[in-house]
Write a protein that binds this ligand. Structure first.
Ligand code: DON
Length: 331
């Protein structure tokens, strides 16, 4: 029991948690130098490599924020969880899963090779680029804005505000993303796309360019933790079954080709993005101890210096530390 005899539901308990997180954010912030900011999308290169922040929002209303919490950053691949959810809400889980599988790849997120070796040749999962581009093609609507409107509306209900696209990031990615175009052409040839390729890619680039904050990520995580129900309004925003599959995918495929390690050493569903964000979901857990966030919480982490797999170096260490100390693991 890390916090000794402090009752975590009291003001003193919350101060204890805040001090605890502050100390560890300071500690891991010194390790941001071990990673590198993504540069393959030119406008991501401007991020501060030494930034590190976390926001934790609990179902019981407790909020812990620490480090660089006032930063906005593009959501990048974390949006793949949301586009998958919206596609399933529009087309049904069965329809979507007939076109995109739910298996980890063990390959980098933008690998083309795995597409060719998989039989039948459908993308392995919706959290790698091939799967996410296919999912973008399944979203209803003729234009990218029409396709993304339900995703914006879902986010508006979760966050209480409508997210905006970072136009620099969008243009930067659109104009440089040759590999995603290659994946798109391959999917087109194999018959997996249900919309025009250029609209599909535009939709994909746009949802990756949505700006978010750490609190936004933590709120999304909290709604997923609560099986799709917004804890403040009690409104079901995501059907439970779809929220469940989304969380399973995050656990098995959410951290690129480091997903197995993350599941083993941290043990919670999470999705990272190349701008340095991580969305993590802590479902309610049963423990016979006075531990933080037993009713579940959502966590947002931001640390733009990335490791080889493309995950936030210091962000992963921070999450791992907190998850171990607070016994957040599902297992
Ligand atoms: O496809 C890309 O390159 C980005 N928009 C998303 C990259 C990212 O965060 C990693 N993907 N799993």
């Amino acid at each position: 029991m890390v916090q000794g005899s402090v009752n975590l539901n009291t003001e003193r308990g919350k101060e204890w948690l805040q001090d605890y997180v502050d100390n560890w954010v300071n500690f891991y912030q010194k390790q941001t130098d071990e990673g590198k900011v993504a540069s393959y999308i030119p406008s991501l290169e401007h991020a501060d490599p030494n930034a590190l922040g976390i926001s934790i929002i609990g179902k019981n209303g407790t909020i812990i924020r620490s480090g660089d919490t006032n930063v906005e950053f593009s959501i990048q691949s974390i949006s793949k969880v949301l586009s998958f959810i919206v596609a399933c809400m529009e087309r049904g889980l069965t329809y979507v899963l007939q076109r995109v599988d739910v298996e980890p790849t063990g390959e980098s997120f933008n690998s083309i090779m795995h597409l060719e070796i998989n039989q039948p040749k459908k993308p392995f999962n919706p959290l790698v680029n091939s799967g996410a581009i296919t999912v973008s093609s399944l979203l209803e609507g003729r234009t990218s804005d029409q396709k993304l409107e339900p995703l914006y509306q879902l986010l508006e209900k979760i966050l209480g505000h409508r997210p905006e696209i970072d136009v620099d990031v969008y243009v930067s990615e659109r104009d440089t993303s040759m590999r995603n175009r290659a994946i798109g052409y391959y999917l087109l040839e194999e018959g997996y796309l249900e919309s025009d390729l250029s609209i599909t890619l535009e939709t994909y680039f746009k949802h990756c360019s949505l700006n978010v904050t750490l609190d936004d990520l933590a709120m999304i995580g909290l709604v997923l933790s609560n099986d799709g129900v917004h804890p403040n309004t009690d409104e079901t925003l995501i059907p439970k079954q779809i929220a469940r599959v989304a969380k399973s995918l995050m656990l098995t495929c959410g951290m690129y080709d480091a997903s197995g390690k993350f599941a083993s050493y941290v043990g919670i569903p999470a999705k990272s993005g190349v701008s340095g964000g991580i969305l993590a979901v802590v479902p309610p857990r049963v423990r016979n101890q006075n531990l933080p966030f037993l009713e579940g919480c959502g966590i947002g982490v931001f640390g733009p210096a990335l490791d080889k797999q493309g995950n936030s170096t210091a962000g992963i260490k921070l999450l791992r530390h907190i998850a171990n100390q607070w016994d957040l693991s599902l297992f």
